[in-house]
Design a protein around this ligand. Sequence first.
Ligand SMILES: Cc1cc2nc3c(=O)[nH]c(=O)nc-3n(C[C@H](O)[C@H](O)[C@H](O)COP(=O)(O)OP(=O)(O)OC[C@H]3O[C@@H](n4cnc5c(N)ncnc54)[C@H](O)[C@@H]3O)c2cc1C
Length: 470
Amino acid sequence: MRIVVCVKQTVAGEINPFDACAYEAALQIPGAEVILLSMGPEKSKDFLLNLTRLGAKEAYLLCDKAFAGADTLATAYALSLAVKKLKPNLVICGRQTVDGDTAQTGPALSVVAGLSLITNVMEIKQYEGQLTCLTRAMGEQTVDYPALITVERINHLRLPSIRSKRGEVIVWGVGDIGADVSRCGLKGSPTKVLASFQNEDGKRKCKLVDASMLDSLIAEGLQKEKQRIAPKNPEGNKLRNVWIVGEKCRAMAETISDDIRVIDKATAEVEGAAFARKFAAKIQEEKPEVVLWDSDPWSKWAAPQVAAILKTGLCADCTALETDGERLYMYRPAFSGNIIAKIACTTNPQMATVRTMAEGVSDVICAIGKGVKDAKAMVEDYALKKNWETAASRLAVDSEMFPYEKQVGMTGKTVSPPVYIAVGISGAVHHIAGMKQSGTVIAINPDKKAPIFDYADYGIVATAEEVFGS
Ligand SMILES: Cc1cc2nc3c(=O)[nH]c(=O)nc-3n(C[C@H](O)[C@H](O)[C@H](O)COP(=O)(O)OP(=O)(O)OC[C@H]3O[C@@H](n4cnc5c(N)ncnc54)[C@H](O)[C@@H]3O)c2cc1C
């Protein structure tokens, strides 16, 4: 089996954590010929060379001025030309990069390169003949080769042995892959960042309270509007029409248009792999101005495919929408939520996924950190009685208190419930990235100096045992 693994070097110079899992997954397939593929600056050459010590004999770096400033569609286009040249049976990508944070490149690449697709892979179950994978939220899926999968944080990348040899890094420019420069880099990117500013959203004024107030604070949080929808357009201009895939984005859609058409998501889901092409054809025929999707795994699987078929821009995880009556302006957190970017889409239809709560999920999430290790059963029992959903920090997952599916944060899932209770969580930026859009945040931690209190509305300075013990 010939496998291309897409890897990106993060701003910090390391391999993107999800891509590390993609590489390890490929190396674990017996007899596989593993090839690394990256698009990046010249300095990524050394990064790739080091990675070849783990098993890939060849690495390809797409490096050319024309590739700079690419959004997910332009990235997928350049990568697709390299993939077509390398002719693998399988392409493995990480679920998303931790800096771009969109989870769009993999699905878009599958469309442009003509590969079947499985996203959010937790386990490769079978790879002979056909490919069967267990996914995080869409059960077990089987597809034909050639295929592309995106993987979750499912393993740990091996370390090189002392005797391991380096492979070869081949640099390809625009000419080597026969790319049309008008579809590459900034020029070929239909989404444009218009402005970016510091996101103060995550930081909150924390009021320290007594543990006895917990129930009333939760009740107060639930009273507040469930979906926090930011700026409605000040002049009252609205777009002609907006399509929404599923009811969840209605409230956001109503801020930008009075004419909203709902595409039935249950029917769409049943259509499976055929959905993207069918829906893209419908959009081409009826030409809605805007199409909005929610941010669940199915939408993240479908929306980038539809955008890639239509060669239109897709903005991920928008927290607010605005319009001047003609264009849509989308706001989204970037770089772990420290920056808010204002983005416009220069093509039609303008598309975005918007942050919403997942279907059927509790209104209260009780997230448990490593600090609760000894009181885990006590907090879980309490949560069960109250009908709260539980979640976890990465250290709680790494120390096997919880499965990965429960992990909230930069390398886990993003949640935005009306009420988020963080118990025994220190408040690292990586964790905050996944919960800062929540409604009321209540932190419980005996360490008064824990950063989590900077991101909470209410703080209870106490141990989990003191709050939840009877
Ligand atoms: C690239 C990268 C990606 C990452 N992605 C994520 C991610 O997606 N999600 C994530 O969560 N982290 C992520 N991390 C890890 C993150 O940086 C932190 O290490 C992690 O969030 C800390 O977990 P924690 O708060 O549970 O543990 P700790 O930092 O160990 O904090 C435990 C807390 O528990 C408190 N405590 C102790 N005893 C008790 C008690 N009895 N009752 C109540 N509280 C108590 C302590 O005061 C402490 O504040 C990532 C890191 C990197 C480098």
